[in-house]
Design a protein around this ligand. Structure first.
Ligand code: PLP
Length: 484
């Protein structure tokens, strides 16, 4: 690894899902569900302890061999093959202070953790146009304040217009340094203390930390699994639209369940919210990741002006191009009044390199992204086939979008001796299973319990990796749960 930065750097940032806050917890921030140092229990050192090493050893611990380490390609450039980007060659991200790989590896004894299939970043080498633009900018050796973000603004408008039919005026757009800051500003603006945000769960764990940061409450409306799809429980949702609910947090497409919301569903949600005087806060960061046969409908393109004007959308291409570390996002509203109100609570500090990287992605990254999206679509098929063939006791939910998959391990968890699971000391059985699986299979996935109500037994797996890594991880899981 010739481009490594500080290894295991600290502190980690609290805002993102499942990234530890220094010394606190490595699990996602769910209301009442996170572990703090004030409990006096240091789970990290517990997991590192000899007792659990012995436990893993006794039941057949994992050796550090296999696809990840064997095929690690380092940080050298992976050339195209026949005009196609090569997503099959493994791009080794370890020891670059990356949350997905270097985060969990700190928590387990050497040799236990092998596959980082958690935090929602992609393992692929980024689009070459991004590295080229950054390299060119770095040749100019000064780093003072930037004059303008007009280029970025143009890129956002063009991308959304051409790809998603969204007509945005620059005045409707606010540049931000993450989806989090925009969402938190909107929550602070629109939800007074002791009032609530309504969340259709299972939902992105970060929503619960945003709610916490805004010092408000939230209420979940759990979706129900019907014919293999998570569906909105409309009666429950409406029942929960009480006068103290001021905002509906929408995740379009939905992380972690993979729903790509249809126009009719969005309209119905929008009209219900309007009727109950609830503003729709739509997080559309996964919007570009839509599988064949589905279409991402930006909430602001709905054909009901009153519904659209009752919404704010937060977005970024940090998922699209794997640019989360470049701190760049935006939010917009077709209601100038709403937008002005939210702006009062928002301030973003962008970095020059982040702007350069994002501008390049918007301007020249289309082809790379289209290929990456199609590759991941195929990987989802591979996951579906493998899960159904090799682990029939695991429930598969077909994704419509995102690069995550939400698997139901309920039966597997039930089959493990509760005493054995409890040894891991987690708050929930999914957290304990997360450790169990890391010890038994070397595979780290996210515990369903951080995604709110309706997530019992589920684990979220990131599939944005070379297929050999995804297959290796799935085979390791299948091996570990076989015979339970
Ligand atoms: C739905 C959703 N919103 C927001 C974020 C984080 O966005 P940002 O890094 O721009 O704050 C994530 C990251 O996984 C996400 O899945």
């Amino acid at each position: 690894m010739n481009r490594s930065v500080s290894v295991y750097g600290r502190p980690y940032y609290a805002q993102n899902e499942n990234i530890p806050i220094s010394g606190a917890t490595r699990h996602g921030m769910n209301k009442g569900n996170h572990m703090s140092t004030s409990t006096g229990f240091n789970r990290r050192s517990f997991l590192q302890s000899a007792g659990l090493t012995a436990l893993a050893g006794a039941s057949g611990g994992v050796a550090l061999t296999g696809s990840v380490s064997a095929q690690a390609a380092g940080s050298t450039h992976i050339p195209m093959k026949g005009g196609r980007y090569d997503f099959d060659t493994v791009y080794d991200r370890r020891n670059t202070n990356t949350a997905r790989w270097d985060g969990p590896s700190r928590d387990y004894p050497e040799g236990v953790f092998r596959y980082g299939m958690g935090v929602a970043t992609m393992d692929f080498e980024c689009a070459p146009c991004i590295t080229e633009a950054l390299t060119a900018r770095v040749q100019h050796h000064t780093w003072g304040y930037m004059a303008s973000t007009d280029g970025l603004r143009d890129g956002i408008i063009k991308w959304n217009g051409e790809r998603h039919g969204l007509d945005l005026d620059p005045r409707e757009l606010v540049i931000s340094d993450g989806v989090y800051p925009g969402m938190i500003a909107a929550l602070r603006t629109l939800v007074p203390r002791n009032n609530k945000a309504l969340i259709m769960s299972p939902a992105y764990s970060g929503f619960y930390s945003m709610v916490k940061a805004a010092r408000i409450d939230s209420v979940d409306s759990p979706m129900t699994l019907k014919n293999g799809r998570f569906e909105i429980d409309w009666a429950d949702l409406e029942r929960k639209m009480t006068p103290d609910v001021r905002v509906l947090i929408l995740c379009n497409p939905q992380n972690p369940t993979g729903n790509v919301w249809r126009e009719d569903e969005l309209l119905r949600l929008g009209r219900l919210a309007l009727e109950h005087k609830i503003v729709v806060l739509s997080d559309e960061i996964h919007g570009d990741f839509v599988r064949k046969g589905h279409r991402y409908v930006p909430f602001a393109t709905l054909k009901d002006q009153a519904v659209v004007e009752n919404s704010i959308t937060c977005n970024a291409i940090s998922k699209t191009f794997n640019l989360a570390g470049m701190k760049n996002a935006y939010f917009y509203s077709k209601s100038p009044v709403l937008l002005e109100r939210v702006k009062q609570y928002h301030r973003a500090e962008l970095s020059t390199l982040g702007v350069v990287a994002n501008e390049a992605a918007y301007a020249e990254g289309q082809d790379w992204f289209n290929q990456a999206r199609d590759y991941i679509d195929g990987t989802h098929d591979l996951v579906e086939k493998t899960v159904k063939a090799k682990m029939p006791q695991v429930g598969y939910v077909r994704n419509e979008g995102t690069f995550m998959t939400f698997l139901n391990f309920g039966k597997v968890i039930d089959a493990i001796d509760p005493g054995e699971l409890a040894q891991y000391g987690g708050k929930t059985r999914e957290e304990n299973f997360q450790d169990w699986l890391t010890y038994k299979a070397g595979v780290y996935v996210n515990a369903g319990s951080v995604y709110g109500e309706g997530s019992d037994g589920y684990m979220r797996m990131n599939v944005a990796s070379a297929r050999s890594v995804v297959s290796g991880a799935l085979d390791a899981i299948a091996g570990a749960i076989k015979g339970l």
